[in-house]
Design a protein around this ligand. Structure first.
Ligand SMILES: Nc1ncnc2c1ncn2[C@@H]1O[C@H](COP(=O)(O)OP(=O)(O)O)[C@@H](O)[C@H]1O
Ligand SMILES: [Mg+2]
Length: 279
């Protein structure tokens, strides 16, 4: 079940209000407050409120997917003038925290970003993380794709699929998508992260579901192959041995990444279907 709707909260109730950042909420150990860099415009506030309401209008199965697999926003944060300046989010579960060995040899506890899965086993092991089989990599990608397919089904564009916006657990291979508050209906700002550029969408155009298809497929391909540079990922998917055990998955990713026309890219739902049928 989704958490019950939470009332708007005045930002002055937070111990340390700051512009931009994610902070704890006093007395609420299962919540965090995300404070935006700038107050929302009225249209952005309206989108955010619609996003907050959406899980309560979804079917139970979609709602369960986003409740366990994402920090879907629960309420808006307002300032003294009533402007929306942030939102309340469920705190990412502790199973996504990990003890990482820093290059200095020191150990640091932090959320395990999906970034780490996009590495070969040798890199993981050097930082104290277990090597990941194709089976476990595929399982993490199934979790990500389940959330991404719910967004797609509800006409939302995420745009910001990248290394830092999801966590994963090497214990149970589950995944957790963050930064959901940036989702927009149908199309919206094309968020430019180096290495995630869609070759068929010019940088001035808004992101839409076809951009999401490309970026999401690139994220999955990086996690499955442990390669990072786009050209290395493409050649690993096309010619490498990593995906030999999952030929349908290889074909689906190639269609999403290399279709000559944006609109020919298969949907994230189709990718999810193939991930579910893979090892
Ligand atoms: N639900 C959450 N629980 C715990 N920490 C979070 C949560 N959401 C975000 N964070 C922390 O805040 C950081 C930035 O969050 P994000 O939503 O990606 O912000 P931005 O919009 O600035 O990219 C994350 O990397 C993580 O460390
Ligand atoms: Mg982010």
């Amino acid at each position: 079940m989704a958490q019950r709707p939470v009332e708007d909260m005045d930002i002055s109730l937070l111990a340390a209000p700051a512009r931009g950042g994610v902070v704890d909420v006093p007395g609420q150990e299962r919540l965090v407050a995300k404070i935006f860099r700038a107050p929302c415009r009225p249209d952005q506030s309206e989108h955010l409120r619609q996003l907050i309401a959406l899980p309560h209008l979804m079917g139970a199965s979609d709602r369960d997917i986003v409740t366990s697999g994402s920090c879907w926003p629960l309420a808006v944060l307002t300032d003294g003038d009533g402007a929306v300046v942030g939102c309340l989010l469920p705190k990412a579960p502790a199973k996504f925290l990990v003890d990482l060995t820093a290059p200095s040899g020191r150990s640091v506890v932090r959320y395990l970003e999906i970034d780490w899965l996009a590495n070969p086993d040798a890199v993981l092991e050097k930082r104290g993380l277990p090597a990941q089989s194709l089976r476990s990599r595929t399982e993490v990608c199934r979790g990500l794709a389940a959330v991404a397919a719910v967004l797609e089904r509800h006409g939302l564009v995420y745009s910001d699929w990248s290394y830092s916006n999801s966590f994963w657990s090497s214990e149970d291979c589950s995944a957790y998508v963050i930064d959901i508050d940036g989702c927009v209906p149908a199309s919206g700002p094309n968020l430019h992260q180096p290495g995630w550029e869609d070759p068929l969408t010019s940088s001035g155009d808004d992101a839409d579901t076809y951009v999401d298809r490309y970026r999401f497929a690139l994220l999955v391909a990086r996690c499955l192959t442990g390669r990072r540079r786009a050209e290395h990922v493409m050649s690993a998917v096309r010619d490498g041995t990593e995906l030999d055990a999952s030929p349908d998955l290889r074909d689906m990713l190639l269609r999403m990444l290399l279709s000559p026309a944006r609109r020919e890219r298969p949907s994230i739902q189709q990718l999810l279907g193939v991930l579910r049928a893979s090892c």
